[in-house]
Structures are given as C-alpha cells and as structure tokens.
Design a protein around this ligand. Structure first.
Ligand code: GDD
Ligand code: MG
Length: 395
C-alpha cells in the first residue's frame, strides 16, 4: 500500500521475490533473438473446485490426464515461449516441486512470482515487471489459469503485430456474458469498450482470459492489488490501443465442476479433429474417450462418450462410464456405473456402485459396494459407507 507507481526500488525488490526455477535447455536454439515470455495468473484458492483443490492448487488439478496448467505451458512452448512466470499467492514450493519434471520435459523455464497479499489480476504484472520487461521491447503473454481452448498463441502474436496496439485480447462468444468481461469492438477488431461482469446487456463477445501485452502497459499498472479487467483494459481501450482477436475453436472456463465436464467434452471433440489417434478405439468405446496407456480396463465395459481415464487407473469388468473423469490411480469396482462425475486421485469405488449427477470425490475416497452416490461431494480420505441419495457434502 502507498508504494506508488510500481517503478523504482520497491518494484525491483518485489520482483526479486521470484523464487525457484526449473527447466533445461530453455534457451536452446534461441540464437540472438529474445523469446517471448508469459505470465500465468494462478492465484486464488479455487474454492469452487473443492474438494479437488484441498489436495492441490487449482492449476495442478488434472484435466484430460495432465494438470490444467501443463496444457497451457505446453501450448506456450509450441508458440516459441521460453520462460513462464507463475504468479502465485500461496504454496509456491508445492507448485515448483510439482512442475519441475514438466519443465524438464517441455524444455521451458518456469519460475514463481510470489505475492504476500493477493494482488488481483494486474498487480502480479507489476510485481514481475523486471522479468517481463527485459529491455527487448518484445510483448509477453498473460493467461488466466482456468481457461481451456486450443490456445492459438502464434496467431495471437501475429494478430497483435499486425494491428499494432498495446494489448490484444482473445475473445469468444458465450450465451451468458454477465459472468465474464464483455468486449465491444469495431469491424477492425479495435476494442471500444471493456466492461467486467456487466449487470445489463452490453454484448455477447467476452474476454477469454488470454492476452498479449507490450511492456509499455506495465507503466499503467501500480504495485498494489488491482484488476486488469476493471482498471487497465478500459483505459487502454479509451486510448484506442486495445485490440481483440476472435478465438477459433472451443473455449471454457473450467473453474467450476459443471463447466469442467463441459470443457472436457469440448476438449475431447477438439482432440478428435486434430489428433484422433490419441483417443481410444475398439470394442466398448463410444465417442471420444482418453485412456492413459498405463490404465487397465476390464472385460465387457462400455466407456464413453466424453471420458478421460488417468494414469494407473483400474476399471473393473462390466463397468459403464459416461461423461466423467478418473484421476490418476483411481479404481472402479466391477459392474459400477459412473456418469457426470469427477473421481479424484486414488479413489476406490466399490463394486455395483451408481455414481452420478456431479458427484465429486476428493483424493483417496473409498466407497463400499452397492451404493448410490447422487451429487455427493466427498472430502479427501473419507470412506463412504452409505448411499447418498440427494446432493450433499460428505465431511
Ligand atoms: N496471482 C494472482 N493473484 N492470481 C489471481 C488473483 C490474485 O490475487 N486473483 C485471481 N487470480 C487469477 C485466477 O487464478 C485466474 O486464473 C485469473 O486470475 C482470473 O480470476 P478468476 O477469479 O477466475 O476470474 P473470473 O473467472 O471471474 O473472470 C476472469 O476470467 C473470465 C474468463 O474466464 C476475467 O478475466 C473475465 O474478464 C474473463 O471473461
Ligand atoms: Mg475464472
């Protein structure tokens, strides 16, 4: 508080809070040309994805067999990004420990920029300014951590350069714009208005939470908790320097269980179009299904559509799975039925269970045989011994 405009010693000291670091060969092959950097906003406690976020921070929750944020980092790398800063406000050590092997695998340098109080969606940029503004003048990407799409970052970079604005944001069309930031643009893609969570109808194009920004925008952001949507974008738009690119393909904010499963369906549809060989095929598979190579599926199962089965999962004989996801190490007992549900890591479903209607199991939950779980939200490490016939939270 009261630290002023984000320039000078305060900002420099704050930026040194960047901790950790992982990733081999990030600069390999970069030659003399500086490579684009990215900052991913991974703050917040992910309360709407509890009980999954009781075990790991939201960006590390699995989505289609990889942590959510890994999908983003892989896409950034594919677009030529060499260094990713994760803006976090809790558990940076946990995040780094978890991502170290991914950094190696993807060949990206990953660091954490730690906030000691939540800095909102713009404050973290001021905090990491020394990293983001390396003097090259190159723009950098900024991402909300809870959005899934095909991440066309190369196209975004090209669009940004072609339009010559200060910031370019990706936009997409949704049915209920009131939950998002609404963008009104002209025929050229220049943003005329940006209104965060409008109460009345402004338009149906919304901010997809993926941006590319010139370093000059950092001088508009003070080192304090502040919102890029409410305090930065409206001003850049007023100066005529904010542009929008319509996102091709699907988009979803997966920060809530229902939306998470819709996002999974859309993601698998996109895998079907782009790399169908990644999907399972054969007897008993219906529609789009992802099965980790280390998982085993019993005899006489019917799986799909819209299912992902994670690493080391064991699906018993005669199981029926539809629109659901099994995180790493989950076991589904023989002749059980699972639909519209998320089964957290290492869960054990007994035989002859019926699990449905947005049931969410935290890590290491076990159920007795012959139970009904209808909309049950079960906290980690519980054993469920009785049916849950109406949606409720099992403590
Ligand atoms: N580091 C850090 N610190 N990150 C934060 C903080 C913070 O204090 N607060 C929020 N974030 C991160 C969240 O983790 C998320 O990745 C991103 O910033 C956006 O926050 P949400 O809480 O998910 O916002 P939203 O979903 O209500 O709205 C945002 O996303 C919509 C698209 O899903 C806005 O950007 C909207 O304009 C946009 O339409
Ligand atoms: Mg969100």
């Amino acid at each position: 508080p009261g630290r002023g405009g984000g320039r000078g010693p305060a900002a420099a000291a704050a930026a040194q809070k960047v901790c950790g670091g992982a990733g081999a060969g990030a600069g390999a092959g970069a030659g003399a040309r500086a490579m684009v950097k990215a900052l991913i906003l991974v703050g917040g406690f992910g309360t709407r994805l509890r009980p999954l976020t009781l075990s790991v921070p939201k960006p590390l929750v699995d989505f289609a067999n990889r942590p959510m944020v890994v999908h983003q980092i892989a896409a950034l790398k594919a677009a030529g990004c060499s260094e990713v800063v994760l803006a976090v406000n809790y558990q940076p050590e946990r995040m780094m420990a978890f991502l170290e092997s991914w950094a190696e695998k993807l060949g990206v340098k990953i660091t954490c920029s730690r906030e000691h109080e939540p800095m909102g969606t713009a404050g973290p940029l001021a905090l990491a300014r020394e990293v983001l503004d390396d003097g090259s003048g190159d723009p950098f990407f900024v991402l909300n951590s809870d959005v899934v799409c095909e991440y066309p970052f190369k196209e975004l970079l090209e669009h940004h350069k072609a339009k010559g604005g200060e910031c370019t944001i990706m936009v997409t069309k949704v049915d209920d714009p009131t939950r998002y930031g609404v963008v009104v643009m002209d025929g050229e893609g220049r943003v005329e208005r940006f209104v965060e969570k409008p109460k009345t109808f402004v338009g149906d194009k919304i901010n997809a939470g993926l941006y590319i920004l010139n370093p000059s925008v950092l001088s508009r952001i003070e080192l304090r908790p502040t919102s890029i949507e409410r305090e930065v974008f409206p001003k850049v738009a007023a100066d005529g320097r904010l542009f929008a690119m319509t996102l091709p393909g699907f988009w979803m904010d997966i920060g809530q269980p229902g939306d998470y499963l819709v996002g999974l369906r859309l993601y698998l549809e996109s895998v079907r179009r782009k790399s169908p060989t990644e999907l399972a095929a054969g007897e008993g598979i219906e529609g789009n299904v992802l099965v980790h190579p280390s998982a085993t599926v019993g005899a006489g199962c019917v799986i799909g559509p819209d299912v992902s089965i994670g690493e080391g999962c064991v699906v018993g004989d005669g199981v029926r799975l539809r629109s659901c996801t099994l995180f790493k190490g989950t076991v589904v007992g023989a002749h059980s039925f699972v639909e519209g549900s998320i089964l957290g890591w290492e869960s054990k479903i007994g035989a002859w269970n019926r699990v449905e209607n947005l049931t969410i199991l935290g890590e290491d939950v076990a159920t007795k045989p012959e139970l009904l779980l209808n909309g049950a939200v079960v906290l980690p490490h519980k054993e469920v011994k009785e049916s849950v016939s109406q949606p409720k939270i099992i403590l």
